[in-house]
Design a protein around this ligand. Structure first.
Ligand SMILES: Nc1nc2c(ncn2[C@@H]2O[C@H](COP(=O)(O)OP(=O)(O)OP(=O)(O)O)[C@@H](O)[C@H]2O)c(=O)[nH]1
Ligand SMILES: [Mg+2]
Length: 376
């Protein structure tokens, strides 16, 4: 073992234990390290100090002054599941709430590989060039299942991340879709307060993700591809009903002809669907995230959408109902957690599950018994 460094020796409270032979030189590896003081200030020389926790005022001021370091820390705070952090996070959100609401909130979904990240990068860079400040967030609860953040790898968006006006944040880890969605919503508010005027939320189009992201954004974009097969149609129709703008991506090279045909088909289907936003007819356009073809048109359409939605008060109504629904969602979630934590419920649950599974008790009777236990 290497001899302790001079800095380490100086750091030692008492250089050597009693039992070290007096003649032992520096090659004798045992030294006594000073213990950490309660304030946690003692640390090994050469190690980086732990980031000091900011105060509420520091968070608020940092965000107000568009300090991206503070913004990143604030998002980490709202993402934390620790009760102490959550309390501070809610105080912070209450304080910054008056600074929120001015951004255009845009969601993007599409099957894996549709080109969402490539598209966001192309659009984001373009918007930064025009002087916008763009924040990109991801909602991807599947990452908690696979163990690593699938989206985190792909959301690097290297070119966009080099832009001064861009802020990119991969999906928070944290259990259920509900948990991930709460964190993303709160992160979105923090970004707005920090002066980002375009928020882009990316989600992979699988399962419930689209519905969740639809419920947190103003304008929802579906990125699709030509010829993904008839088996996709069922799913596509459901998602198409949520979209304010449908884009057939990868309309480049030989694929352009097929993309045109897909777009025509999509437009036919759209005619039969109820538009996602009152007063707005969902269009379908071709785009190539790779070459940049059609990106400018997409932004023109998005701006048109916002003009329409703002003028008819649709946007305001949408946001109001979204926040109220969010509050209801939080109540449901908290009630369920509390219910299953009740000792009586926990104690009785396995027996009732067994009885229901074996057909010895109707599920409703079991549920009612548990609910009574939860209330008592
Ligand atoms: N030819 C062509 N390729 C594209 C286009 N857009 C994206 N791609 C390619 O498609 C692949 C997937 O692109 P991503 O942007 O990672 O797709 P994604 O939808 O974000 O994928 P997930 O994050 O896995 O859901 C990459 O190899 C891109 O280079 C396009 O407009 N044209
Ligand atoms: Mg992606």
């Amino acid at each position: 073992m290497a001899a302790p460094t001079k800095a380490l020796r100086e750091h030692c409270h008492q250089p050597r234990p009693d039992w070290v032979p007096p003649c032992a030189d520096d090659t004798f590896a045992t030294w006594i390290l000073q213990g950490a003081t309660p304030s946690g200030t003692a640390r090994l020389p050469g190690t980086t100090p732990r980031k000091r926790r900011l105060t509420l005022e520091e968070y608020v001021e940092g965000i107000r002054h568009r300090d991206t370091g503070v913004l990143a820390q604030a998002i980490t705070l709202v993402e934390s599941n620790a009760p102490a952090h959550q309390e501070l996070a809610q105080q912070l959100l209450t304080r910054i709430l008056p600074l929120t609401g001015a951004a255009m909130r845009v969601g993007i979904t599409g099957i894996p590989g549709a080109g969402k990240s490539t598209f966001i990068e192309a659009l984001g860079c373009r918007l930064c060039e025009k002087g916008h400040r763009v924040a990109v967030l991801a909602v991807d609860p599947s990452s908690t299942v696979t163990g690593g953040s699938v989206l985190a790898d792909k959301i690097r968006m290297e070119k966009l991340s080099r832009e001064q006006g861009a802020f990119i944040r991969p999906s928070p880890s944290g259990g259920s879709l509900g948990g991930v969605a709460r964190k993303s919503r709160e992160a979105m508010l923090l970004c707005e307060a920090a002066g980002y005027d375009v928020l882009i939320v990316e989600t992979v189009g699988v399962g419930q993700n689209e519905v969740t992201v639809r419920s947190m954004v103003d304008c929802f974009l579906l990125l699709t591809l030509a010829g993904t097969g008839d088996e996709m149609q069922g799913m596509k129709k459901g998602v198409m009903e949520l979209a304010d703008l449908i884009l057939v991506n990868k309309a480049d090279g030989d694929n352009r002809i097929r993309a045109l045909a897909a777009s025509a088909e999509m437009t036919r289907v759209l005619a039969y669907l109820r538009p996602a936003t009152e007063g707005w007819t969902t269009p379908c356009q071709l785009v190539s995230a790779l070459t940049g073809d059609g990106i400018a048109d997409v932004w023109t359409r998005v701006q048109e959408f916002f003009r329409t939605a703002r003028s008819g008060d649709v946007l305001m109504q949408r946001r109001r109902s979204q926040t109220v629904a969010w509050m209801h969602g939080l109540i449901h979630e908290a009630l369920v957690i509390d219910f299953f934590r009740t000792p009586d419920v926990r104690g009785r649950l396995p027996a009732l599950e067994k009885a229901v599974a074996e057909g010895k008790m109707p599920p409703l009777v079991a549920a009612q018994e548990l609910l009574r236990l939860g209330r008592s």
